[in-house]
Write a protein that binds this ligand. Structure first.
Ligand code: FAD
Ligand code: NAD
Length: 474
């Protein structure tokens, strides 16, 4: 009675925490014939993060980059159970995960546990604020869908408040000064998207204000986009200059206040600059549940960046836990590309493990029957040969280590331009401009997991091209 899991006691249970890049890629590829698969995530959808900044300015609608996890799960050979809940604790000794429904509406049952044979830990990361005062409370982020919606609302609010009758000039300039913090790809893409909104739409609808909107990008390091080649960094900086986006490098944010941002300038002087909005894109840090899990293995989990895994993506200290994506600390950058390749790799690992388990079971049975009394010489010899064949097959089941294949780095920088570092032969091709932008669009369109999402995104691009972005603020 009641709500039950799709469960076969004969099969091993794989619990997957998360529904992001790593988990979704695993789910897409895994053969569920041999496993009970249960996905637990506080979001019952996959979010296509590369296009999140486009949602923040209304080029795309939120639904276009979301894919309900159940859509993917229902096409599997055996049912996958999807649970909308937040995992709050992993107990690696008893192999149990505690999870709870943390949404507004709860039933009588909102907190329970599940046992696993294997755990796929793919909970991603949260935004790194370094404990800088005011960031958590006063800045907007660009990590989750809600962040993009909040940013859009605040940005439109700044403009409407600047347009309020009688607003004085100093206040208008404050309201229309937007700060983006972090010169990584997120900060660059957000700045580029805000600039497009300004050029394509706001100039027409708020002609007296649009020219006064200022975008400043703050980066503590000497350059933006350290992961891209030098010529693409230069290209981005010159494009931003043409777009009138100020890049402040070697500048560190010290505080975010209600109406200003405090900066430590390259000469170490402190400046308080009035502004209407701050978008924080300062990087990643591990979630609390990840820190708690690491604390259970203090001697081996020693990297503050995330979970240490071996070359088969098994968590150091717990062989039954596989960890993938942004929650890990590996030699790879925390990108969708890495997480999705790790997810697909794990699906292959599970297939190999199932094969291995089956052969091991068969071998045990064969060996046991060999000890049964009464078998004649012919039977003994055929049994012996079957045991040998099974052993050989078992030896042939290889579980290879994870190998990452870098497909290149791409980023949108606004003004219908993108930059791309693409691996080629033994080198790298750097490309930038409008053609790269078309490549960027087609690459992401084809990477979207479903035809439904591809259609929605292509349709949004067309609608925006024809009618412009929506100005209404909900
Ligand atoms: P996520 O995709 O973040 O998924 C984590 C999942 O875990 C989510 O479903 C979350 O709801 C769930 N979760 C959280 N807490 C819990 C919990 N307690 N219990 C259970 N589940 C939980 N990378 C690229 O390669 N190319 C790009 O163009 C690119 N663009 C980006 C643009 C933006 C704006 C951002 C923010 C990131 C971008 N990235 C890009 C990085 C990429 O999104 C991440 O590297 C990727 O999402 C990591 O995948 P993941 O599965 O580890 O984590
Ligand atoms: P990031 O870690 O790449 O960049 C954050 C930047 O913020 C750093 O350069 C850091 O120096 C700066 N910063 C932090 N605190 C600061 C402060 N107080 N003052 C000034 N500057 C400060 O973060 P991200 O851009 O969110 O990217 C996260 C991951 O997601 C990366 O691996 C990135 O490659 C990936 N990503 C990729 C793409 C893409 O490929 N197009 C897009 C977005 C994100």
């Amino acid at each position: 009675p009641g709500s039950q899991l799709a469960y076969d006691p004969e099969k091993k249970t794989v619990v997957v925490l998360g529904s992001g890049w790593g988990a979704t890629s695993l789910l897409k590829t895994i053969d569920t014939t041999e496993y009970n698969v249960v996905v637990i995530s506080p979001k019952n959808y996959f979010l296509f993060t590369p296009l999140l900044p486009s949602v923040a300015v209304g080029t795309l609608s939120p639904k276009s980059i979301m894919q309900p996890t159940r859509y993917l799960a229902r096409h599997k050979t055996r049912a996958v159970t999807v649970i909308e809940a937040e995992a709050t604790e992993v107990d690696p000794v008893n192999k149990v995960v505690t999870f709870e429904d943390d949404t507004e509406i709860k039933g009588n049952m909102s907190h329970t546990t599940i046992s696993y044979d294997y755990l796929v830990y793919a909970v991603g990361a949260e935004v790194q604020t370094f404990g800088i005062p005011g960031v958590q409370e006063k800045a907007c982020f660009m990590k989750e869908l809600n962040d993009a919606e909040v940013m859009q609302r605040r940005f439109k609010d700044c403009i409407e408040s600047a347009a309020f009758p009688g607003q004085d000039d100093t206040e208008i300039d404050r309201l229309l000064h937007i700060f983006v913090v972090g010169g990584g790809p997120t900060g660059i893409e957000v700045s580029g998207e805000i600039h497009d909104f300004l050029e394509d739409d706001l100039k027409a609808w708020y002609p007296e204000l649009a020219g006064r909107i200022r975008i400043s990008l703050v980066e503590a390091l000497p350059s933006v986009l350290p992961m891209f080649s030098k010529q693409l960094i230069d290209y981005t900086e010159s494009t931003f200059k043409e777009s009138k986006i100020d890049i402040l490098t070697k500048t560190m944010v010290k505080e975010v206040k209600d109406k200003s941002i405090t900066l430590q300038m390259p000469d170490k002087s402190i400046q308080d600059v009035p502004c209407g909005m701050v978008v924080w894109a300062g990087g990643n840090k591990g979630r609390k549940i990840t820190q708690d899990l690491m604390a259970k293995f203090p001697s081996v989990q020693t990297n503050r960046r995330g979970l240490i895994v071996d070359d088969h993506l098994r968590m150091a200290g717990a062989n039954d836990i596989f960890a993938i994506g942004d929650c890990t600390s590996t030699a790879y950058a925390p990108t969708a590309q890495v997480a999705s390749q790790q997810g697909a790799y794990l699906a292959r690992v599970f297939a190999q493990m199932a094969k291995k388990n089956k052969l091991e079971d068969k071998l045990t049975k064969l060996e046991q029957s060999g000890t049964t009394a009464g078998a004649d010489a012919v039977e003994q010899s055929s049994l012996k040969s079957e045991i040998e064949t099974t052993k050989k097959s078992l030896a042939n089941v290889k579980i290879r280590p994870f190998h990452y294949s870098h497909q290149g780095s791409l980023a949108y920088i606004g003004s219908d331009k993108a930059i791309a570092d693409l691996p080629f032969a033994n080198g790298n091709i750097a490309s930038a401009g409008v053609a790269t932008f078309l490549f960027w669009r087609s690459a992401y369109l084809s990477t979207l997991f479903s035809l439904r999402n591809r259609t929605l995104v292509a349709n949004d691009w067309l609608i925006t091209k024809i009618f412009g972005r929506d100005l209404s603020r909900d």
